[in-house]
Ligand binder design. Structure first.
Ligand code: IMP
Ligand code: MG
Length: 174
């Protein structure tokens, strides 16, 4: 899928600065406790690896994969777990790291899912938030940037599996 990148929302440098700030917020929240960081594949792959390297707590890194948009730019409305966490999360502090919260459907589902697993605490960190698009009652504990309702790519975020390798976050022409 080839798209026209209409502009840049955040440069490589702006993202790096915000990631450092988020790490400080996260450290303040968790104190000296250990954290199980769960990156949501594939979109959060770049963000989670940058973020975890800024966090000084003892962390375990794990990944989940859930179905979201597939090859389309519209949500199918159905959340399916394709890969679950390997780590034991019962009694642990879990920080789920997502690329974008859009309708909130994915995070709403994952929040219930982790609460049923008996975590000690469950927090959400998202790089991007599109609050205008929300259909579920989901608020992230840590948000990189709030963005308008535009389709974005880069820094791990794809369009039809392409553009994840862009170092910046760009947006697509409507
Ligand atoms: P939600 O369940 O509607 O909140 O969808 C969240 C997921 O949709 C994110 O994890 C992304 O993978 C995907 N998504 C939402 N907006 C965009 C976008 O602008 N570009 C690429 N993927 C997006
Ligand atoms: Mg995603």
């Amino acid at each position: 899928m080839d798209i026209n990148i209409a502009g840049v929302f955040y440069s490589k440098e702006e993202i790096a600065k915000r990631v450092k700030e988020l790490a400080v917020e996260i450290e303040e929240c968790f104190g000296d406790e250990d954290i199980v960081i769960v990156g949501v594949l594939k979109g959060a792959c770049v963000f989670v690896t940058d973020l975890m390297r800024e966090i000084k707590n003892d962390v375990i890194l794990d990944f989940m994969m859930v179905s979201s948009y597939g090859m389309s730019t519209k949500s199918s409305g159905v959340v399916k777990i394709i890969k679950d966490v390997d780590a034991v999360v019962e009694g642990q502090n879990v920080l789920i790291v997502e690329d974008i919260i859009d309708t909130g459907l994915t995070m709403n589902y994952l929040r219930d899912y982790f609460q049923r697993k008996g975590c000690k605490s469950f927090k959400i960190c998202t790089l991007l938030d599109k609050p205008q698009r929300r259909t579920c009652d989901v608020v992230a504990d840590f948000t990189g940037f709030e963005i308008p309702d535009k389709f974005v790519v880069g820094y791990g975020i794809d369009c039809g599996e392409k553009y994840r390798n862009l170092p910046y976050i760009g947006f697509v022409q409507d």
